[in-house]
Design a protein around this ligand. Structure first.
Ligand SMILES: [Zn+2]
Length: 501
């Protein structure tokens, strides 16, 4: 739908109530796959991590990965779910070349975790409790790459390549109940919810949780209904949205698109949709009925999963604190004002700042670097600041160099660009490039004398108390020393000189 055909967002909300539902797939970072001993590793040569089980050769038999069960239980507990004492795997039958088995081993009517909830706070400060319907285990499919054609999609492609390294990688799919009542903030709530889920799985250490690598993917369901109507409207499901920003944009777009159609009396088609970040729009995928016939049946090759109460309690005892509790604690520890802290949260920078502070930086310095210069650089590269290739330890080191006076702000920013270019740690770069601030009096006095030779009147001006005259000499010294002079020390020396002569 063209941009000008969309309904104005405010008008859409006046006419309709928005209901969303979110399905988040979390790829677990177990060493091996869900049902075989193949390595679970992103980025290996295609089709090197495969075996008869994950490419489904006849006669091969799967066995469940205990660690994957443990991680799934941890996710369920962190979402305040009940853990099923007895859960079976099921075969979800469909034919597609990314899964050589012709079925996906999943869980159907007996998910490992169910009936949970997650408290989420929006950028505006509004709080919501999102009800979780279930979290179930399943395996990922392989990766298809469509060659030829312009879009990278199967339409128009000349041929497709399949990589089964990802086939059989353990996934947990977390499904919410319908989420009501977010109103105009439904898109923000969708993104915030996924941010919290990502934080939880990262905090648990059960997933690398990198959205750009597809470790966390979201399917966003959106439907509209006239205010006061009880029956839910027809929903669409926008698949595999892989950034927080895209989730927010995709939900907003669907609200405006569906509202425009409904206002014209056109029915919404229940279907999957694809999000196009470049166009800022969704497009039609495949029709999807509520009763898609996957002919689920219990997996006969796997025994039921029956975690003991003792094991569940053992896992519960290792859970990290809840995101909301952690927020309260660190804000107090760091001494951030509400607004400062909200900026940090909204930029998704809590872990980075935590790491930077743990490496020895002062909280305010850590905040300043991450939400200031680093955010600016990320923005200029159209990236998320959390995706920059720099560790908290390096940021702490840089802040330390500024604090000790070895670098001034300008030089620190320069060093930062070299760190991001992979030249090493800030201290290594300072040493290799000879970037330290010059506070050696001998070198500074020589530069001051040279500058004074060109503007001899400055000393008189300073003696008469016109301190602004010092600026011209400080500027000339900075320029002569290519910005590496310690400006504070230059000023001191200049004043000393004026008073002594
Ligand atoms: Zn395998």
């Amino acid at each position: 739908m063209a941009k000008d055909e969309l309904m104005n967002y405010e008008k859409a909300l006046e006419m309709f109530e928005v209901v969303i539902g979110l399905e988040v797939h979390v790829e677990l970072n177990t060493k091996t796959k869900m049902f075989c001993g193949c390595r679970n590793e992103f980025g290996d040569e295609p089709n090197t991590n495969v075996c008869p089980i994950c490419i489904a050769l006849p006669g091969s038999l799967p066995a469940v990965n205990r660690k994957a069960i443990e991680s799934s239980i941890a996710i369920g507990l962190a979402l305040d779910c009940e853990i099923a004492p007895n859960g079976r795997f099921a075969r979800k039958n469909y034919f597609y070349p990314d899964l050589a088995k012709n079925f996906q081993t999943s869980q159907y009517d007996e998910p490992i975790a169910f009936e949970g909830h997650l408290d989420v706070e929006l950028p505006s400060g509004t709080k919501h409790t999102v009800q979780i319907e279930r979290a179930h285990m399943e395996e990922d499919a392989g990766k298809l790459t469509h060659i030829g054609g312009s879009t990278g999609r199967i339409q128009g492609a000349e041929y497709s390549l399949v990589d089964y390294n990802r086939a059989g990688v353990p996934l947990v799919e977390i499904v919410t109940k319908p989420v009501y009542g977010a109103g105009a903030e439904a898109p923000e709530l969708a993104a915030a919810y996924v941010r919290y889920v990502r934080e939880i799985v990262k905090g648990l250490g059960v997933s690398d949780a990198k959205m750009e690598r597809g470790n966390v993917r979201c399917d966003a369901n959106v439907s509209l209904r006239p205010h006061g109507q009880e029956k839910l409207g027809t929903r669409t499901e926008t698949k595999n949205v892989n950034s927080l920003r895209s989730i927010e944009r995709a939900v907003r777009y669907e609200i405006q698109r569906q509202a425009a159609l409904l206002a014209k009396g056109t029915a919404i088609i229940q279907e999957t949709r694809h999000w196009h970040e470049d166009k800022g729009a969704t497009s039609s995928g495949r029709p999807k009925s509520d009763a898609d016939d996957y002919r689920y049946f219990p997996e006969p090759d796997l025994v039921p999963v029956q975690p003991s109460k003792a094991w569940i309690e053992e896992i519960r005892a290792t859970l990290p604190e809840k995101p909301a509790d952690r927020r309260k604690r660190v804000q107090a520890e760091w001494g951030f004002a509400d607004l400062e802290f909200r900026d940090v949260i909204n930029a998704g920078l809590m872990d980075q700042i935590d790491e930077t502070v743990a490496a020895g930086a002062k909280p305010q310095a850590a905040r300043k670097w991450w939400t200031g210069e680093l955010a600016r650089i990320a923005n200029s590269q159209d990236k998320d600041v959390t995706d920059l290739e720099i560790s908290g330890a390096y940021v702490a080191e840089l802040a330390g160099l500024v604090e000790s006076g070895k670098l001034n702000d300008r030089m620190a920013r320069e060093v930062l660009t070299y760190v991001l270019a992979g030249e090493g740690s800030p201290a290594e770069i300072v040493a290799a490039r000879g970037l330290e601030v010059v506070s050696d009096d001998g070198a500074l006095i020589a530069a001051i004398d040279e500058a004074l030779a060109k503007q001899p009147a400055v000393l008189d001006a300073i003696r008469e108390g016109r301190m602004q005259a010092a600026g011209a000499v400080i500027g000339a010294v900075m320029q002569a020393m290519k910005g590496s002079a310690d400006a504070g020390r230059v000023r001191e020396l200049l004043i000393e000189k004026a008073n002594a002569s």
